[in-house]
Ligand binder design. Sequence first.
Ligand SMILES: Cc1cc2nc3c(=O)[nH]c(=O)nc-3n(C[C@H](O)[C@H](O)[C@H](O)COP(=O)(O)O)c2cc1C
Length: 371
Amino acid sequence: MHLYRLLFRLVFRRMDPEAAHHLAFRWIRLTARVPVLRTFLAAFFAPRHKELRTEAFGLRMHGPFGLAAGFDKNAVGIDGLAMLGFDHVEIGTVTGRPQPGNPRTRLFRLTPDRALINRMGFNNDGSAAVAARLAARRPVFRTTVGVNIGKTKAVPESEAVADYVLSTERLAAHADYLVVNVSSPNTPGLRSLQAVDQLRPLLTAVRAAADRGVTRRRVPLLVKIAPDLADEDIDAVADLAVELGLDGIIATNTTIAREGLGLASDPALTAETGGLSGAPLKARSLEVLRRLYARVGDRITLVGVGGVENAEDAWRRILAGATLVQGYSAFIYEGPLWSREIHHGLAARLAASPYATLAEAVGADTRKVTE
Ligand SMILES: Cc1cc2nc3c(=O)[nH]c(=O)nc-3n(C[C@H](O)[C@H](O)[C@H](O)COP(=O)(O)O)c2cc1C
């Protein structure tokens, strides 16, 4: 039996999910601090596949697979996560001011459904503290660091733009790429920022702030959207992204829907308020990605996230139009070998495919349907 499955059953499953997260993350960070050990572990967990090298919005990465936002909200364990094979790590969501998030319990495991529900509510140290941490960081492993920003809960919706701009001013210089998160279901009013008339001024202001703050390079700017948007709204965001010259769209965040759940998960848990992630989100996230690719093609880089559990899922996202693929929930269920297995599986699929490079495979399925 897979050793991690045993650890999960005997230790993590009996713990409060948030406590289990902190324990596991502490182990990851501790091992990444020990010089010989971390080199050994990285060689095992993060073997490089030359053929998977990826370029996205002008950044060169070891591969297409990264860790989605929310795991390392405060940028405290980037090297440990790189050691486990994530080709990029998206930190955050970081808000203008520090905030505690919602009261606990706020993270729930739906183990039979390989899913999670969370209503963390952007618990984080705030953009000043996270910027200082990133500035002081001496990287051990090379990985791409994305910085995901969101709105402080206490800031009124009418001042949302200023809050995002404040975070941008502090964080852009430390970000390989920047993500405007307007899709978390756990901050009241946040998702209404996805409406084009709100999104346009927000993205324009963040773009300008990033350009003012960082003059030596152009910081790539992405927006992260919800799977619960209506199809016309997805198209509208896609068109806006093209209009504004955005670098990418991340699809998708968690869902407020409760579709795709089996009968085995405790109904009391599935009724918890929050965003659902993991396997039940797979079909809708893929559908949103396909729709985006059909609309924007190669004009905008797409990042596929939501219910990616294995190499086959990651490969399908690439064929559907994703240049980068991310995951979070399956990491909890699969453990430290997860990324290694995805890389091996992707390399095998690419070799067996008609495509010479990963870049050639991007969108191949969607192009077939729409041609
Ligand atoms: C506990 C938890 C916290 C999350 N926090 C954030 C966050 O702060 N910002 C964000 O953009 N997405 C956040 N997400 C969403 C993930 O980044 C991802 O979009 C979503 O979980 C779907 O991917 P998955 O099915 O692989 O988990 C969070 C997800 C989980 C499970």
